[in-house]
Ligand binder design. Structure first.
Ligand code: MGD
Ligand code: MGD
Ligand code: MO
Length: 765
């Protein structure tokens, strides 16, 4: 019999069974660096957290004012499917009739699970479209600022990622790799939609063996995985990378090391930017000494590195995290400008990268194929929000906001439907979100587990997991399309998101629009056939569906090719122009100038921030808190699995700080501390780490939100009780989680138990 596979964001696994038929997941035999995270999918600890029956919050069901402020506190009443679906459908119908589809928020951001048909966000969007439409979101928490700024400057982020120079090209040509924000190998365990072969660890070993000099500029030194020790680390204060890059640019200009011919041929606006570097426009030359004051990086180090970069084939890289910050557009725009001044864009191994390490797809050797995608239908509502403005919308109906140069209004939301995301993981300032979450009349959530979001809903539908249904797995720049045949049967009475929405659509009279008369296998065959057709146009032959379904995998590695980002444009800028207004790289943007935004001027600049180590607030809260992606899980997913739990101390996440900061506060390794600021407090365990620069603390995201009911103290280590809910800028309105100050002190009281993994109270009718 041919092998069976399942694909997850963490990797491809081979499904094995023991004599009794109990399944186990073994890493894909062709993956040199498999991730252990995905094996937690079958852990009993996660199984214990399953939602097994539809459930409705007590006060909502009793209808005594519904007590929306009691979301997360009330017990749930378990109902039969038909009764729960009837309730939800008539509530959707009521809200739609009384307030219109504009009052339904179905933004429903989140990664949910791999598998392209049962992609929860696509399913909820398709269902709400069939029901007349909903308020949607644009952009992502991942890349809010980058997604909006880069099309003005060079090209959309998606295009840059698809063209990203591949690791093999770097190994052959790059001599100096300078990364702002490391190359977070822990993050390359993932790809949205799934990973076939993990490339990054091996690629970095190859770079080191090839003698490539790697420099890591940033607050953290251990974020280049196993090779961190072989990398030059230049500590730099958080949120100040743009100042360092500006100073490098100033050195290139003043020493005449910039490539005038490239700037002339492929760019526009350098003449309007240069006076800012020299200080002619604002009286402040952007010298290395100036940047040292801001960033803490010695002036001589900046100047020397700029000269080294100009003298050899250099790749400049930025981590995604630094654009998840106030003025997050600036470092991404500035890295393009700096690379343009060096004139190596489009040359093999030179130019810039937009996030090597952030996910497996960056630097992939594989061709960009087209996987199956579920069509979402047409939305009858035009209102939208930039994704990270969720709490602003719920708290401020009618208020206006700007986005990419236009002004819009927040709609008045009465009903929220969430499937496949966890806002109590992803949103900033969770105490503020709790106030916002108490505004809508009804919140419906589909989730397989009693996640923090499910616990804060009024109606909860138990969804199946990836392992419990048939699906097709694939992801951009991965080489495999995977037949994901169900591995086990559904827990309790869980149903596929598709079946939940089909049940609601039937009651709302739009079932035919939603299902088009197809069952799951019917959809898989249709989506596969469509993908097969599109891939044919790309020169990729896929087998017939039946052959694919039997064999388990389509392997496209024969199409692998070395890639150099923007090669075609640079070779023929006039014939192959960019999609920017000028067709060139825009160092100055007329379009952004027209928007007249104080927090995003028409060329890259250093701007003072509200919360950083140079701000007044640093006297009271002297540590800059970085909240990076967790190494042992994906966001909040699988948090209770053994692999995730083994990274905690006394059940709490670890906060990393420089030993001098630990000592100064009279703390010791492993001690439980309270991290706090004016917005919130959480507990965590101290980890002294000399690879974190002084005045910085690092607490990864992902701990299931666990506030004490009376004090709101988060007992588990969820950093989003501390982060600030502001936008990167009025251009992008992107997430700015990385601009946050805190203080840390010993926890003196008795240690409260963690309740995040205890099931909420459930009653029967
Ligand atoms: N402070 C801070 N905050 C951040 C970030 C940061 O760097 N710092 N990063 C941000 C980023 S980049 C991101 S992408 C977000 C991630 O935020 P999310 O994507 O919201 O986080 P996940 O934990 O992946 O949430 C997925 C949810 O889907 C559920 N789920 C899984 N499979 C299924 C399914 O088949 N059906 C249904 N209905 N549900 C399912 C899971 O139980 C889980 O609750 O967080 C953001 N938040
Ligand atoms: N294991 C795992 N992998 C993941 C995810 C996960 O949850 N778990 N999530 C996935 C998702 S959705 C995304 S969007 C990507 C995110 O990928 P990234 O945004 O790249 O991830 P982070 O881990 O938040 O940050 C990367 C590094 O940037 C550094 N950094 C933060 N602020 C600054 C700064 O101001 N300057 C400099 N120089 N460095 C800074 C941090 O210290 C960290 O080491 O990761 C993906 N990969
Ligand atoms: Mo993300």
């Amino acid at each position: 019999m041919s092998k069976r596979y399942t694909l997850s964001h963490w990797g491809l696994y081979e499904v094995e069974r023991d004599a009794a038929g109990v399944p186990d997941l073994a890493p894909f035999s062709r993956d040199p660096d498999p991730s252990p995270i995905g094996q937690g999918q079958l852990s009993p600890q996660m199984a214990a957290l399953r939602i097994t029956r539809p459930a409705v919050r007590r006060s909502w069901l009793d209808n005594a004012g519904r007590a929306p402020e009691r979301r997360g506190l009330d017990p749930f009443v378990e109902l039969e499917w038909d009764e729960a679906l009837d309730l939800a459908a008539s509530e959707i119908a009521r809200v739609r009739e009384q307030f219109g589809n504009r009052s339904i928020f179905g933004g429903s951001y989140g990664w949910s699970s791999a598998g392209r048909f049962h992609h929860a966000q696509s399913q909820v969007h398709r269902f709400l479209n069939a029901a007349g439409g909903y308020v949607r979101h644009v952009d992502s928490y991942s890349l809010g600022a980058a997604n909006v700024i880069l099309p003005h400057v060079v090209a959309p982020m998606d295009q840059l990622m698809a063209e990203h120079s591949s690791w093999d090209t770097l190994a052959a040509h790059t001599r100096l790799f300078v990364s702002f924000g490391g190359i977070p190998v822990k993050n390359s365990q993932m790809n949205a939609g799934g990973v076939g072969i993990h490339h990054t660890p091996a690629a970095l070993r190859t770079l080191v063996d090839a003698g490539v000099r790697i420099v890591n500029i940033g607050p953290v030194g251990d974020n280049v995985g196993a090779i961190s020790g072989q990398v030059e680390w230049i500590p730099c204060r958080p949120n100040t990378d743009t100042a360092v890059m500006l100073a490098m640019a100033q050195v290139l200009l003043s020493e005449n090391l910039h490539d005038r011919a490239f700037l002339e041929r492929c760019c526009t606006g350098f003449d309007r930017f240069a006076p800012y570097l020299t200080g002619e426009s604002d009286g402040q030359p952007k010298t290395p000494a100036w940047a040292e004051q801001i960033s803490g990086v010695p002036a001589a180090t900046i100047a020397r590195l700029a000269r080294d970069m100009a003298a050899t084939r250099s790749m400049l890289n930025v981590s995604w995290a630094m654009q998840r910050a106030e003025h997050g557009e600036q470092p991404f725009w500035m890295v393009v400008v700096l690379a343009a001044m060096m004139g190596q864009i489009g040359q093999p191994g030179g130019g810039f990268g937009v996030g090597y390490g952030a996910a497996n797809l960056l630097g992939s050797p594989h061709i960009r194929s087209k996987g199956p995608t579920l069509p979402q239908g047409r939305n009858g509502v035009t209102d939208f929000i930039p994704v990270a403005r969720l709490a602003d919308m719920l708290l401020g109906p009618g208020a206006s906001f700007t986005y990419n140069g236009e002004t819009y209004q927040y709609p008045d939301i009465r009903l929220v439907y969430w499937a496949g995301g966890n806002p109590f993981h992803h949103h900033q300032d969770l105490n503020r979100l709790r106030r916002a979450w108490a505004r809508p009349e009804t919140i419906i959530v589909n989730d397989p587990w009693w996640s923090p979001a499910a616990r804060r809903a009024d109606i909860v539908f138990p969804a199946t997991t990836t392992l419990e249904r048939n699906d097709i797995g694939s992801s951009t720049l991965e080489a495999f399309i995977v037949a994901m045949r169900a591995v086990e049967s559904p827990a309790g009475s869980a149903r596929d998101d598709y079946d939940i929405f089909a049940g609601l659509a039937r009651r709302l009279g739009c079932e035919a629009d939603y299902t088009e008369g197809l069952d799951t296998m019917g959809w898989l065959q249709r989506l596969y056939a469509e993908a097969r057709q599109i891939n044919k146009g790309l020169g990729i032959e896929l087998p017939e569906f039946d052959e694919f379904w039997q064999s388990g995998l389509v392997d496209m590695t024969a199409h692998d090719r070395p890639a150099t980002m923007l090669h075609d444009f640079v070779a023929q800028p006039a014939q192959r122009p960019l999609n920017t207004p000028s067709g060139r790289i825009e160092i100055w943007s007329d379009r952004i100038a027209e928007m007249a935004l104080a927090d995003c001027p028409p060329h890259p600049v250093w701007l003072e921030k509200r919360e950083w180590l140079g701000s007044a607030g640093a006297a009271q809260y002297p540590l800059h808190l970085l909240t990076d992606q967790p190494a042992r899980k994906l966001h909040s997913q699988l948090d209770a699995s053994p692999h995730s739990m083994s990274g905690k101390v006394e059940g709490r996440e670890q906060v990393h700080m420089h030993p001098s900061e630990v000592e100064q506060r009279g703390l010791h390794d492993g001690q439980i501390v309270e991290i706090f600021n004016g917005r919130g407090r959480c507990l965590a365990a101290v980890c002294a780490n000399s690879q974190i620069m002084p005045r910085v603390a690092r607490l990864n995201t992902g701990a299931w939100y666990d506030p004490c009911p009376d004090t709101a103290l988060d007992r588990h280590g969820n950093p989003n009780v501390l982060t600030r809910d502001i936008a990167a800028s009025s251009l992008s309105q992107g997430c700015a989680a990385q601009s946050c100050l805190v203080e840390i002190r010993a926890w003196e009281g008795p240690l409260p138990d963690i309740e995040a993994f205890q099931l909420p109270q459930r009653q029967s009718r």
